[in-house]
Design a protein around this ligand. Structure first.
Ligand SMILES: Cc1ncc(COP(=O)(O)O)c(C=O)c1O
Length: 384
């Protein structure tokens, strides 16, 4: 009999040491409630998370329905608010029906796993979000990971397969902020009779007429073969996720998706807040254009000063850093000067290139945009 090791977690010390050596240690930094740094790191693209109508709706919902949903949506966790939000989301984005889940992550796991399975094929963009990747893994379908934003690669992968298939893609990719070629992807899927699943986490509220999202902008709203997932935690300033699509797909998810069935429903406060945020978005359709303008302005200032930054298709502005430690120090220096920016480095980046990641916000004034850009430029490391 082998002698069991005394410390089952002893190996973690070596793993932590390796992370330290590689400059990849992550730490939590509690966000102050008030007077924090200028935030270009979060995903509150439209500046709605503290909008008075949104926070009041969250408080009202909590008072009326309770702090928690109390159970799975299929048991006690469904309220009239959930139904109202589903109808509003479906109508706004142009789809037949919607299903609200407790997060965008859960929505992606639900959509990928419910739309495929053993014997099926999932064709997945190499730069897809972790939640889509995990959906592929959980689905037990064959997964073909194809080159980033490459409809021909999708077509080839589909051609090599007989039977049920779905292609999955982010609409706007989290790391570089580039948009997927949705019309060409939809054409590739249609030619094969495959479904297209689009994660519009970074498109809702930013792209399309009045912020109706990437699929809407691509002419795919209401398409019989397209399913869309969204998060309520970015443009809508709340928390939660949803799947939108043909009614029979939504009905299928309600009956089979494990992250819907075996998960507590979205908290009433988050549900009410998302609904109120959607109402603000409807009433103020200029917000999406403003967030895109802010992103374009940041990009213009960075590239004019010689930094390497991809032209943003939505709200995410990604700036290349020379190596992981430099990216971490750069972000820390920005923070020390009162500007919070994100920092992406391996293993969160598919190509191993570390970056600063800034998110534009519709509620930033010209002085704040200038201050953010100046701070990033002043603190840039050699080689950036
Ligand atoms: C592209 C994308 N999809 C899905 C998610 C997950 O959404 P949520 O945070 O609501 O779980 C995120 C990030 O949060 C994301 O960036």
């Amino acid at each position: 009999m082998p002698v069991p090791p005394k410390d089952p977690f002893g190996w973690l010390d070596a793993a932590a040491e390796q992370r330290r050596r590689d400059g990849l240690t992550r730490t939590l930094r509690p966000r102050p409630a008030d007077a924090g740094p200028l935030d270009l790191a979060g995903n509150d693209y439209l500046g709605l998370t503290r909008h008075p109508a949104v926070t009041a709706a969250a408080a009202d919902a909590a008072h009326r329905w309770g702090a928690g949903a109390t159970g799975s949506r299929l048991v006690t966790g469904s309220t009239a608010l959930h139904a109202e939000l589903e109808a509003a989301l479906a109508e706004f984005c142009g789809f037949e029906a919607a299903l609200v889940l407790s997060s965008g992550y859960a929505a992606n796991l639900a959509a990928v796993t419910a739309l495929t399975g053993p014997g099926g094929l999932v064709v997945s963009d190499a730069a897809n979000h972790a939640s889509l990747i995990d959906g592929c893994r959980l689905s037990r379908a064959d997964t073909a990971v194809v080159a980033h934003a490459d409809p021909d690669a999708v077509r080839k992968a589909l051609d090599a397969h007989q039977g049920r298939a779905v292609a999955v893609t982010d609409s706007v990719f989290s790391v570089d902020g580039d948009a997927a070629p949705l019309p060409a992807l939809a054409a590739a899927c249609r030619a094969h009779g495959a479904a297209l699943l689009v994660d519009d986490a970074h498109g809702l509220g930013v792209l399309g007429d009045g912020g109706r999202g990437g699929p809407y902008a691509a002419g795919l709203a209401g398409a019989y073969d397209t399913v869309v997932t969204v998060t309520l935690s970015k443009s809508l300033g709340s928390q939660g996720g949803a799947v939108l699509g043909p009614r029979r797909v939504i009905e299928h998810l309600l009956n089979t998706a494990r992250t819907f069935i075996f998960d507590t429903g979205l908290a009433p406060a988050a549900t009410g807040a998302a609904l109120a945020a959607l109402e603000v978005l409807r009433a103020e359709p200029g917000r999406p254009a403003r967030v895109r303008d802010v992103a374009a302005e940041l990009h213009r200032r960075f590239t004019a000063a010689g930094l390497t930054a991809r032209e943003p298709d939505a709200a995410v502005v990604s700036v290349r850093a020379p190596y992981p430690e430099a990216a971490v120090r750069w972000a820390a220096d920005c923070r020390a000067e009162g500007v919070a920016v994100g920092c992406f480095r391996p293993p969160s980046v598919p190509d191993g290139v570390s970056r600063l990641r800034l998110t534009a916000r519709a509620d930033l004034g010209p002085d704040e945009v200038r201050r953010a850009a100046d701070t990033v430029l002043r603190t840039a490391p050699p080689g950036a």
